[in-house]
Design a protein around this ligand. Structure first.
Ligand code: MG
Length: 198
């Protein structure tokens, strides 16, 4: 089957790296566990402009961002099971080069494609990433989407896909979308996909 995979917080531990970078520069000590929402500006208590400024510093160049635990092994297993994998990210396409280099470092030759749902600037209000992700899923024939953001899964599952939601503090209080299962770790994902007759 064709599986869509979100990048940030599903493949890459972006928030963890972002905070180490941010804390060092700002003299703060924020931890990912504090993020009961993924609106970083709310937890950090700064205007969105500051997050955007840091986004360019962190995503615009190569940075030592770690993969999510067991993502490398999980992706390998899905490939061994014969699935086709497509990365579908809401990251702005202007960060394509460092993003692709990062993916090659940990996941070389594993993905059929890498699609960007944001052709604009980061956090551009005129870009509807949810709508764009669904369009990409339809173009790619994606049947199941792996995400950490329930908003995307809500839209995807309404469009007929199935969802896998990786549990994080910022989605635990959100409703689980229809046709979606929650998992605590990548270790559960290949097992789940295989156990469903695929
Ligand atoms: Mg994500």
């Amino acid at each position: 089957m064709i599986i869509g995979i979100d990048k940030d917080e599903v493949l890459a531990q972006l928030l963890k790296y972002f905070l180490s970078f941010y804390n060092q520069r700002e003299g703060t000590s924020f931890k990912p566990e504090q993020f009961h929402t993924y609106r970083w500006e709310d937890i950090l208590g700064v205007p969105l402009e500051k997050i955007i400024e840091y986004t360019y510093l962190v995503l615009g160049v190569d940075q030592p961002i770690e993969p999510v635990p067991y993502a490398v092994e999980g992706i390998q297993k899905l490939r061994e099971q014969g699935h086709e994998l497509v990365v579908v990210t809401a990251r702005a396409e202007l960060f394509k080069e460092p993003t692709t280099r990062w993916l090659d470092q940990y996941f070389k030759y594993q993905f059929r494609g890498v699609r960007f749902a944001n052709k604009g600037a980061p956090f551009d209000k005129n870009v509807d990433c949810i709508k764009n992700k669904i369009r990409i899923c339809e173009e790619e024939g994606i049947e199941i989407m792996i995400e950490d953001n329930p908003k995307y899964l809500e839209a995807c599952t309404q469009a007929g896909l199935r969802g896998i939601l990786l549990n994080y503090p910022w989605n635990l209080n959100e409703e689980t979308p229809i046709n979606t299962i929650r998992v605590n770790s990548w270790r559960e994902i290949p097992q789940y996909i295989n156990g469903n007759g695929h």
